[in-house]
Design a protein around this ligand. Structure first.
Ligand SMILES: Nc1ncnc2c1ncn2[C@@H]1O[C@H](COP(=O)(O)OP(=O)(O)OP(=O)(O)O)[C@@H](O)[C@H]1O
Length: 432
């Protein structure tokens, strides 16, 4: 297959301004010390420019990035928050100019980046479809042929003649994805925005991306924090760490090493900052074993105990909590909520600090690496805290841990998501 994207020594530098506090007056002493500091920087060849009260610092969002992508490849781009993933996609989509290096792209690129880019807010959904097609260099007749498919996929028929500025973020993303995927670009670039849509729509989009690549030979670049989705969709993945490529290869290999590295950075006990407006805050959250010892690695034969200290300032009726446990590919393995005890235990707690234990019995989860998300939601939550959801506190993948199964089957580690030992019994012996 031919190379469709070539990136060489790409870098993007931003200038960050730090305000170093208000200066009520400028003393001669300050002028002299600034002068000496600036002279010292010039002599040392450092590029920080200092003004009174403000300082500029160079910051490389991505640096020395080089790679090639072949036609029909589906490439995942992974990395921690702020690693530089979106910056890379913006440069590839020609939204941002690189500071150094070059990119060569064969073919038209359609991108779905942050919500709010790509569409004209005053124009209707219908008008934006035509506008985007024209930007991609398609004729009116060509766009018309694709129009119904786009509308069907996005499921927004009723709102086609409404200006997109009135769309919810979910509707906006539906239309934006449908446009990008159906207008037959050679290269489709999709950032995390899909997470705005509901789970079913996300699944539909992943299926569509797979189709445009496998059936139509188009190239897909996909940024996501959902390792399950990346692993399913992308043959190869690029791991970006502090703006540089840290790994590039087969997706499941890159994801495995990335997850191991993230797990190494995560503490078992996490003091979680409270939001002063939130009805509750998590003071601490930790994993301990049967002996009350903090741990991130457990045997399948021991319980995994999740201990949290929860501070409730005021109860919202109907408020509940849940934990969700994911495997190393981001697939949900287990969800447990505060109704599991038969009643919603959260509603029975008054204001104050409460220590709570969640006990996962031995021989529940199988050998593997896991992460845990904690969420507290309320149907009547104050939408000013999180306007887009009913969640009043959401701690995404806040703890990571692993389980080892030392019982073996045929000399190998037992595979699978469960470590339950199943009873095998001979009931009757039939003599022939
Ligand atoms: N316009 C800008 N000016 C200054 N700094 C910026 C600008 N855009 C991005 N950055 C910084 O560049 C770094 C990389 O940002 P980028 O959005 O590319 O990261 P990311 O990997 O996509 O993160 P996330 O997963 O959180 O979306 C961050 O530290 C960010 O603060």
């Amino acid at each position: 297959m031919s190379t469709v994207i070539t990136v060489e020594n790409l870098g993007k530098k931003y200038l960050l301004r730090h305000q170093s506090g208000k200066q009520p007056y400028v003393a001669l002493r300050d002028v002299l010390s600034d002068g000496v500091r600036n002279l010292g920087r010039k002599l040392l060849g450092r590029s920080n420019a200092t003004e009174r009260g403000a300082e500029q610092e160079e910051f490389w969002a991505i640096k020395d990035v080089s790679f090639e992508v072949k036609q029909g490849d589906r490439i995942g781009i992974i990395g921690r928050n702020g690693a530089g993933k979106s910056t890379l996609l913006k440069i590839l989509s020609r939204i941002t100019e690189p500071t150094t290096g070059s990119i060569r792209i064969k073919g038209r690129v359609a991108s779905l980046l942050e919500v709010g880019t790509g569409f004209h807010p005053e124009l209707t959904g219908r008008e934006n479809i035509y506008l985007n097609g024209a930007i991609l260099g398609m004729g009116r007749a060509e766009i018309k042929k694709k129009f119904d498919e786009i509308v069907d996929f996005a499921e927004i028929e009723k709102f086609l003649d409404t200006p997109v500025k009135r769309y919810s973020s979910g509707m906006y993303v539906r239309l934006a994805f449908a446009v990008a995927a159906h207008l037959e670009p050679e290269i489709l670039v999709v950032d995390e925005v899909l997470a705005v849509g509901d789970a079913q729509f996300q699944k539909k989009c992943l299926g569509k991306m797979e189709d445009v690549s496998a059936k139509e030979g188009r190239t897909v670049l996909f940024v996501s924090h959902n390792m399950g989705a990346i692993n399913k969709l992308c043959n190869d993945s690029i791991w970006i760490h502090h703006g540089r490529i840290h790994g590039f290869g087969n997706s499941s290999d890159v994801i495995r090493v990335y997850n191991a590295s993230v797990a190494g950075e995560t503490q078992t006990q996490l003091p979680v900052a409270g939001n002063e407006f939130a009805p509750l805050s998590v003071r601490s959250l930790q994993l301990v074993n049967a002996d009350n010892v903090e741990s991130v690695s457990f045997s399948c034969d021991e319980p995994v105990r999740i201990l949290m200290s929860l501070e409730i300032s005021h109860c919202i009726p109907g408020m509940y909590g849940y934990v969700e446990i994911f495997d190393q590919y981001g697939e949900t393995i287990l969800v447990s909520d505060t109704f599991d005890a038969g009643v919603n235990i959260l509603e029975q707690l008054g204001a104050g600090v409460h220590d709570i234990e969640l006990h996962i019995p031995p021989r529940t989860l199988g050998h593997g690496e896991y992460s845990l998300t904690l969420d507290f939601s309320s149907p009547q939550s104050d939408r000013t805290i999180r306007p887009d959801s009913t969640s009043v506190l959401h701690l995404d993948r806040v703890l990571r841990f692993s389980l080892d199964d030392f019982t073996t089957t045929r000399g190998n580690t037992r595979r699978g998501h469960l470590s339950t030992i199943i009873a095998w019994k001979t009931l009757v012996q039939h003599n022939s």
